[in-house]
Ligand binder design. Structure first.
Ligand SMILES: Cc1ncc(COP(=O)(O)O)c(C=O)c1O
Length: 363
């Protein structure tokens, strides 16, 4: 049986991209974001590949995601970016040797209720201006007191997150970095500031730890710095097939609402992928796909299981031909703009109908 939609993940691209990150930030240790099922790429195979490549730490959103990795016998350090929600979760996190990111005082209260023998590792997250998670910077002295009260705790470091790192001209990033450094002046412990955009575009954010996600999957978060130019290789190819090819007269409408009107007599291909697979319904006419290495273009609304494409530039296209939706030669970050979204959301939006294949696994 030929799968309708296949996501082929090249794990060697991930380890290659880890190498690119290490070259860009040679003095930083790398915490790789594998949350949200490794951005839809498959958390277990991705984490295994990164672990084999010597990543320093993996990062997930929550305990459940971390447990899935431990159950798959992944031994690498794992950080819980949102920390824990209860004493029970805290105890479990300690048992599983997870690093807990602590962003509020109620979480400290939870940790202080653990037995003093608990071998706890924690990061402290500071809000340097994004106003999502983190302690106010003015809390640093109080937090230093907390650490001093608990010499048995292992302190992994201070963390903050940048709000506008993907806008290289936005001075607020400089401001956030300066505020973070000033608040921590004299405070012992490693620092971590940069996500992918931070480490690619802001050299001053390449401190003790960097925390890339998207770049490891081979995408650039910065329109001004395409992934190819950075040496990043896309890890995923999303492919389907042509299941029908038809010719229509000028003026004929195609698909729901007849949104697309054929400007001339032309061939329309039907590809077996739709919004139930993760192909956003918001994609506009003109969104490119690749058939036989040439471009065809979305022509008509995305339906649940199918899309229709303008085949005028692929005269020899035939039923059964593979159709690349994104991947090498068709960067997901560029495709995403056709649905006014980001490659992050395209990847995370793939559904259970998509068949995943892995290659390039470490020996
Ligand atoms: C705290 C934190 N650090 C790092 C990352 C990785 O970000 P990116 O995928 O943009 O590199 C994320 C992702 O949202 C995050 O929330």
């Amino acid at each position: 049986m030929i799968p309708r939609v296949t996501a082929s993940v090249d794990l060697s691209a991930l380890t290659h991209n880890l190498g690119v990150v290490r070259r860009i930030a040679p003095r930083s240790r790398v915490m790789a974001a594998v949350k949200a099922d490794a951005y839809g790429h498959g958390a277990v195979p991705v984490s295994r590949a990164l672990e084999a490549a010597g990543v320093d730490t993996l990062a997930v959103a929550c305990l459940e995601e971390a447990m899935a990795l431990r159950q798959a016998r992944i031994q690498a350090p794992i950080a819980l970016l949102e920390g824990v929600m209860s004493g029970e979760e805290a105890a479990q996190a300690v048992y599983e040797r997870l690093q807990i990111v602590v962003h509020d005082h109620w979480q400290i209260d939870l940790l202080e209720r653990l037995p003093t023998s608990a071998r706890l590792t924690l990061w402290l997250k500071l809000d340097s201006g994004m106003h999502r998670l983190g302690f106010p910077l003015t809390d640093v002295p109080r937090l230093r007191d907390v650490l001093a009260r608990h010499p048995g705790w292992t302190f992994a470091g201070w963390m903050t997150h940048l709000a506008c790192a993907d806008e290289p001209d936005n001075a607020f990033t400089r401001e956030q970095i300066a505020r973070f450094e000033a608040a921590l002046s004299g405070a012992p412990g490693p620092r971590s500031i940069a996500n992918s955009a931070g480490l690619l575009a802001w050299p001053q954010a390449r401190v003790d730890w960097v925390r890339p996600g998207l770049a490891l999957y081979g995408c650039s978060p910065l329109p001004e710095m395409p992934a190819l130019g950075l040496g990043l290789r896309p890890a995923m190819r999303l492919e389907s097939r042509l299941i029908a090819v038809r010719e229509y007269a000028a003026g004929e409408g195609v698909g729901y609402g007849l949104r697309y009107r054929c400007p001339e007599r032309m061939r329309i291909g039907v590809v077996s992928v739709g919004y139930a697979d993760g192909m956003h319904r918001a994609f506009r006419d003109g969104t490119p796909v690749l058939v036989r290495g040439r471009r065809a273009y979305l022509a008509g609304r995305v339906s649940m299981d199918m899309i229709t494409v303008d085949l005028r530039e692929v005269a020899d296209a035939a039923v059964g031909d593979p159709v690349l939706l994104w991947g090498e030669g068709l960067p997901a970050e560029q495709i995403a703009t056709w649905a006014d979204t980001l490659s992050y959301e395209l990847f995370c939006g793939l559904t259970q109908r998509v068949r995943f294949r892995y290659r390039g696994a470490p020996a």
